[in-house]
Design a binder for this molecule. Structure first.
Ligand SMILES: [Zn+2]
Length: 275
């Protein structure tokens, strides 16, 4: 193990992905933050990263073998695993709070609620919850003991994702639909042509899941699960984790949005980027 090497590799990979951010006005808040919380300013928005996992999280190289040449994965990731995390994000804009994804949920060890409390916030302070896709580490935090966590929030989910999961027969899929359903008439199943609050731009990124969606707010790009191992996949975006349901499309979308964020000089955050 050579920690300095890991850090250097990660930093290099992040720089590659967010290439062109040098001139952008983003700064990490200097004030002391609770553990697992990070605040930055992007445009006029406050962006709070909440780490849902406890401690450090790494993705093992094996997760990326798939149909790949495993020797290539090992060569690009000599440490045997890549730094990762489970994160969700709160964007504060115009006096409102928008939460992107919700982590695993307390029952599955998610720390999001605890971190919110340490920030001096309650779930009732969240005005909108916006979901990238229906995997458990993204929607698990929506409910606790079968009840909605975010008591005041309007819930925005991609219609394409909702319809796809509704058509799946697995227990997982049925559970996801039930979880979303807990929000009753506060659920907005949006199409990509619909207008979302605060001009949030929703863009299709199918592949990881059928309706996986990425978002843009001004100079901020929310990458969802375009990448699970940034240090590895920025070196070779054709490498997929086993979680990508449709590999061909996942690769296509990864490449497309890597170009998009470079061209538009965006600040990128992702749910599995290293904290
Ligand atoms: Zn995920």
């Amino acid at each position: 193990m050579k920690p300095t090497k890991i850090i250097a590799a990660t930093a290099a990979a992040l720089l590659t992905f967010s290439c062109g951010n040098a001139g952008r006005q983003t700064k990490v808040d200097a004030a002391a933050q609770p553990e697992g919380v990070k605040t930055e300013t992007v445009d006029n928005m406050k962006v709070i990263t909440i780490k849902d996992n406890d401690g450090d999280k790494r993705m093992p190289n094996k997760l990326f073998y798939g149909t790949e040449d495993s020797a290539k994965v090992e060569r690009l990731s000599p440490e045997g695993s890549v730094p990762s995390s489970v994160c969700c994000f709160i964007v504060e804009a115009e006096g409102k709070r928008i939460m992107f994804d919700t982590g695993n949920g307390e029952a599955r060890g998610g720390m999001m609620l605890k971190r919110l409390e340490e920030l001096g916030l309650t779930p009732g302070d969240i005005d909108y919850v916006v979901i990238t896709h229906f995997h458990g580490d993204h929607i698990g935090g929506l409910t606790r003991a079968g009840k909605p966590v975010f008591t005041r929030a309007e819930l925005y989910v991609p219609k394409q994702e909702y319809d796809s999961w509704l058509a799946m027969s697995s227990q997982n899929a049925r559970d996801a639909i039930v979880t979303i359903g807990k929000y009753g008439d506060k659920v907005h199943r949006f199409a990509y042509t619909d207008s979302l609050p605060f001009g949030i731009k929703a863009m299709p990124a199918p592949g990881h899941t059928p309706g996986h969606t990425v978002y843009r707010m001004g100079s901020l790009f929310i990458a969802g699960d375009l990448m699970h191992g940034v240090a590895l996949q920025t070196q070779d975006p054709t490498i997929c984790p086993d979680y990508d349901m449709d590999r061909r499309r996942a690769v296509e979308m990864r490449k497309k949005y890597m170009e998009y964020v470079k061209e538009n000089n965006l600040k990128v955050v992702g749910m599995h980027f290293p904290f």
